[in-house]
Ligand binder design. Structure first.
Ligand code: OSB
Ligand code: MG
Length: 376
C-alpha cells in the first residue's frame, strides 16, 4: 500500500443535547477527519479525543500536533506498507498519544480493506453479521429527567442502559430506575473515576440493584485499588480509563482488577491493539464491549467493525447516529437494522460513504500533506 497524501479536516459538530459526565459537560464535538490517500483509494479515520483533556490527556489540538509534527512525516517517508499491523512498530518510538495514532491507523485499516476488497470487520477477523447496542446517558439535572431518558431509550430498543454517576448522583437515580423499570432491564453505571476507596461503603449500596457492572469507579490511572474494591463488591467492575494497552489489560486481569473490559479504539492506540486486547480477554474468559467517545459516523463505523469480533459479548455504546447528531457525516447514517441492533456493513472497508456536504457544513479548516511537500 502506497501512502501518497494525507488530508486532515477539522470539524466542529454541535451535539443535539449536552452530554454531562463527572468530569465536565460537552455541548459539541471538535474532531479531525483523517483521509489517507493511496493506490487510487481513500481510507478514513476519525480522532476521538475531546476538546479538553478531561477524559484522558489528549485533546483535538494535541492530536493534530502529534499527527503534523511526528506521525504524518513518518508515514510519508515510508515506501508503502503491506499491512496496517506494521504501523505499531513504526509508531513505537512515539510514546503514548494513543488517540493520535489511532486516528490515522483507522484510516489505514479502512484503506487496506478497500484495497483488498473486503469489509473492515472481515479484515479484523470479525464474524458477527449484526451487533447489539446500548446507550450512554449523561448526568441529568434530576431524577425525572433520567427516568424520561431511560424510558425513551428503552422504547427505542437499546439493549443496555448506561447511566453516568458521581458522588451525590448515584444510589438515588439507580434506585429510581430499578423502581420504575424493574429488575430486568440491562442497566449499568459509569463513574468516570469519581470515587476513591473511602467510598467503598457507598459503592456497596449499589450491589442490591444487580447492575451489569460499574465502569471505572476509581482513579483513571489505577488498577491496584480496583482489586481491593472488586474483592468487596458483588457488582462486576469494568475498566475503561485505566486500560491503554494490551499490557495494561494483561496486568489488570492478572491481579483481578476487573471482570469486564471496555475497549475504545482511540484509548488503546488503534484497531490492532484493540484486537489484541479482545483476544487476550477472550482467552481469559473476560467479556468485552466497545466504548464510545461521542463519535461521528466514521468513528462509529470503526466501532461497529470491531464489535463484530466474537468476544464482544455485551452491547456497546455505539448508538445510532441520531442519538447525538442532527445529520451525520456518513451515508447512510448509522441506523438500526432492528431496534437495538446494527448491521455490520459488508461493503469494502468501513462500508459507509462520506457525506461531503455535511463535512463541508461543519468544517473549520483543512490541511494537506503529500510526499513531495507539506502544505500548511
Ligand atoms: O466514559 O465512556 C465514557 C463519552 C465521553 C468520554 C467518556 C465516555 C463517554 C461516554 C459516551 O460514555 C459514549 C458514547 O455514547 O459515545
Ligand atoms: Mg467510561
Amino acid at each position: 500500500m502506497e501512502i501518497e497524501k494525507i488530508v486532515l479536516h477539522r470539524l466542529k459538530m454541535p451535539l443535539k443535547t449536552a452530554f454531562e459526565t463527572s468530569f465536565g459537560r460537552l455541548t459539541y464535538k471538535d474532531f479531525l477527519v483523517v483521509c489517507v490517500h493511496g493506490d487510487g483509494q481513500t481510507g478514513y479515520g476519525e480522532s476521538v479525543s475531546l476538546p479538553f483533556p478531561i477524559y484522558n490527556e489528549e485533546t483535538t489540538d494535541t492530536v493534530k500536533y502529534m499527527l503534523k509534527e511526528f506521525i504524518i512525516p513518518k508515514l510519508l517517508k515510508l515506501d508503502g506498507i503491506d499491512h496496517p499491523e506494521q504501523l505499531q512498530s513504526i509508531f513505537k518510538p512515539i510514546r503514548r498519544n494513543q488517540m493520535a495514532k489511532a486516528a490515522i491507523e483507522g484510516a489505514v485499516w479502512d484503506l487496506y480493506g478497500k484495497k483488498k476488497g473486503i469489509s473492515l470487520a472481515e479484515a479484523l477477523g470479525g464474524t458477527k453479521k449484526e451487533i447489539d447496542v446500548g446507550v450512554s446517558i449523561g448526568i441529568e439535572p434530576g431524577i425525572p429527567e433520567v427516568l424520561e431518558k431511560v424510558e425513551s431509550f428503552i422504547n427505542q430498543g437499546y439493549k443496555k442502559i448506561k447511566l453516568k454517576i458521581k458522588p451525590g448522583f448515584d444510589i438515588e437515580p439507580i434506585a429510581a430506575i430499578r423502581d420504575r423499570f424493574g429488575p430486568d432491564i440491562p442497566l449499568m453505571a459509569d463513574a468516570n473515576s469519581a470515587y476513591t476507596l473511602k467510598d467503598i461503603h457507598l459503592l456497596k449500596q449499589l450491589d442490591p440493584f444487580h447492575l451489569m457492572m460499574i465502569e471505572q469507579p476509581l482513579a483513571h490511572d489505577d488498577i491496584i485499588d480496583h482489586v481491593k474494591l472488586q474483592s468487596e463488591l458483588s457488582t462486576p467492575i469494568c475498566l475503561d480509563e485505566s486500560i491503554h494497552s494490551y499490557e495494561d489489560a494483561r496486568k489488570a486481569i492478572e491481579i483481578g482488577a476487573c471482570k469486564i473490559i471496555n475497549i475504545k479504539i482511540g484509548r488503546v492506540g488503534g484497531l490492532t491493539e484493540a484486537v489484541k486486547i479482545h483476544d487476550l480477554c477472550k482467552s481469559n474468559g473476560i467479556p468485552v464491549w466497545c466504548g464510545g467517545m461521542l463519535e461521528a459516523g466514521i468513528g462509529r463505523a470503526h466501532n461497529i467493525a470491531l464489535s463484530s469480533l466474537d468476544n464482544f459479548l455485551i452491547p456497546g455504546d455505539t448508538s445510532a447516529s441520531n442519538r447525538y447528531w442532527e445529520t451525520d457525516i456518513v451515508t447512510p447514517e448509522v441506523d438500526f437494522l432492528r431496534p437495538g441492533t446494527l448491521a455490520v456493513p459488508t461493503g469494502y472497508g468501513i462500508g459507509y460513504e462520506i457525506n461531503e456536504k455535511v463535512v463541508e457544513k461543519y468544517r473549520l479548516g483543512t490541511e494537506s500533506f503529500s510526499r513531495e511537500k507539506s502544505i500548511y
